[in-house]
Design a protein around this ligand. Sequence first.
Ligand code: SAJ
Length: 419
Amino acid sequence: MRSVRENKRPSVAVIGLGYIGLPTATVLASSGADVVGVDTNNETVALINRGQVPFVEPDLATALAGTVSQGFLRATTETPHAEHYIVAVPTPFKLGHIPDLTYIEAAAKQIAPLLRGNEVIVLESTSPPGTTEFLADTVLDSRPDLTLEPNTAGSIYFAHCPERVLPGRIMIELRTNDRTVGTLNGDAGERARDLYQLFCEGEFLMTDARTAELSKLTENAYRDVNIAFANELSMIADGLDINVWELIELANHHPRVNILQPGPGVGGHCIAVDPWFIVATSPEASPLIRTAREVNDSKPGFVLDKLIPQAKRISGVKIAALGLAFKPNIDDLRESPARQIVNRLADELPEATILAVEPNIDELPSELESRSNVSLTATGEAIEEADIVFLLVDHNEFVNLDQSILAQKIVHDTRGVWN
Ligand code: SAJ
């Protein structure tokens, strides 16, 4: 059997061309693999085949255009046969914060009929413990001729290699971050590592699939709990008329204290979601993780409760809401507290004019677009017109603006950037 390194261009099918799948497909294609990206969205597929990226991520556009034009990456809606499959589909949760594995199940059913034996299937999607096993069971249920028993004609190898890149730095972190690789059977982990070593210079940390699954969830729950601590402090400080950012700066001078930053809530598809997978798996044993989620989820309401009574006292009030993304300098509005806040603001202040500013998008998401009291506005114009400037996201454009334009305004700075 030839290893990936001896093989000139190993073939890889990446299932799911989202924020993780597409950068991974691109970096693999530019590092020596023949990659086919698979997505159910025809528009995404067409765009990628034209060498274009459907979302903003620094350095991705150039790398993608290069690999597509060289013929090392193409996109399709039809899953092809490949030596390696990387499953990078969404793992959302259902009502009651129960993990929804529908997309993983669908990927397994797509791949199963194509398998010939000896393929490696890597689950990248962040998943509750036991999901790699679920993926394998789903494949084997429809292909009883295949087996997890290694080194036979029908052996299929399963591993979990959770992504841990930070949106906004994906193209750097894909290459430099250490990777945890969990083996379900045989030498699946080693074979996954060989593939990922084409592009990843980080250390490879080898374990079993279940530990790898929980380790990824643990990383995001750790961050969520720490942000919850900062958010709880901000609510305590507010009641005591203390500046929370000064408070945190002081405390962080202690050599063993490193408090994160409070904000209007926690967003994105990772930190606001993954801790629930731990809670769903071990509800009795996870009160701290659950409470952290609840504290962070309560923060948008807290921020609105501070602003709305003040806004109601100004007739014909105009509010510049700065930022809709879930974090700075990206266009990703998924699970964004800022977006949620602007929606609720529009509901609760029907007479107000809400000037939504988001420099990274060209049009408002549909639920905001349809509102008569919300319009997408440029930064300078929004601030000039507004009575209240409500900073929700610390985009560079807002952090670096000339603060003299805020002089006559009521300012609500949820990120502490104009402190
Ligand atoms: N946030 C704060 N205060 C802070 C830090 C973050 O309020 O001090 C907020 C952000 O504004 C944002 C949310 O938390 O709304 C999450 O942002 P983030 O930058 O902490 O993380 P993500 O969701 O972009 O990416 C995380 C990363 N995980 C960790 O840092 C442990 C990333 O490495 C993971 O790959 C990613 O989740 C993922 O895909 O799981």
